[in-house]
Design a protein around this ligand. Structure first.
Ligand code: ZN
Length: 232
């Protein structure tokens, strides 16, 4: 049992362990401590499949587990019985499929969610120009949803900013997505890099959270509060 945000239905809920491979493969891990010798151990990769209790869909994780490295206990000045760590070890998620995104949230309109979903898919297969183009499309869909006026995306975003439908901060982020999307679409301009695409995707998630998800969640909370008042 593990609690995480289900990437399929968006519920922050419990997930049951369906399948586990405790040692999928290993990889040498070398720690170089300055002025000391090298420490070698193996990082173990483990696979997990969890199933959401709400929508019953499965999510895959690849986890990298680097065990702790302890100092040899027989050395001088180390006879106190206190384990002396050179490296405390760590566990990290290397890969997850699918990845949770705010666009699965029901408050995000279909056209915006569709373009965002496609951008995520392009990113996941390394198609960064295509990702940039789809991010731009998501921003344009957002403008349409907010009934922005203007003959091009630049003016539509400016309309949203001038009418205080987005904050100056969000406007700047949207502008970055617009410009990146343009370079993704034009072969004579520079290719979008992985870093740019990742950065831009993160921007878009924040934008969607601010514009759609947060107001929706605040609304839900108010509903609960009003209901609680009535019930008293
Ligand atoms: Zn789910």
């Amino acid at each position: 049992m593990l609690t995480f945000l289900c990437p399929h239905c968006g519920a922050g809920t419990q997930n049951n362990l369906l399948w586990h491979n405790p040692q999928a493969y290993q990889e040498p891990f070398v720690l170089k401590v300055e002025g000391q010798r090298e420490y070698r151990t193996n990082a173990v990769f483990q696979q997990f499949v969890y199933q959401c209790v709400v929508c019953t869909k499965a999510t895959y994780f690849l986890r990298k587990n680097v065990p702790p490295i302890k100092q040899a206990s027989s050395g001088p000045g180390n006879g106190m019985g206190i384990p002396s760590y050179v490296f405390r070890g760590h566990v990290a998620v290397v890969h997850q499929h699918p990845v949770p995104t705010v666009h699965v949230h029901p408050a995000v309109p279909e056209a915006v969610a569709g373009a965002t979903d496609e951008a995520e898919k392009c990113y996941s297969i390394g198609a960064y120009n295509a990702c940039a183009v789809m991010l731009r499309r998501a921003v344009d869909s957002l403008c349409q949803d907010r009934k922005a006026e203007g003959n091009d995306l630049y003016n539509r975003l400016k309309y949203l900013k001038d009418n205080q439908l987005i904050t100056p901060d969000l406007w700047e982020w949207c502008e970055e997505l617009r410009i990146l999307g343009k370079s993704g679409a034009h072969p004579e301009w520079q290719d979008a890099t992985r870093e740019e695409a990742e950065y831009a995707l993160r921007f878009l998630r924040e934008i969607l959270r601010y514009i759609y998800v947060n107001p929706h969640e605040r609304g839900q909370r108010r509903l609960k509060e009003n209901k609680a008042l009535k019930d008293e």
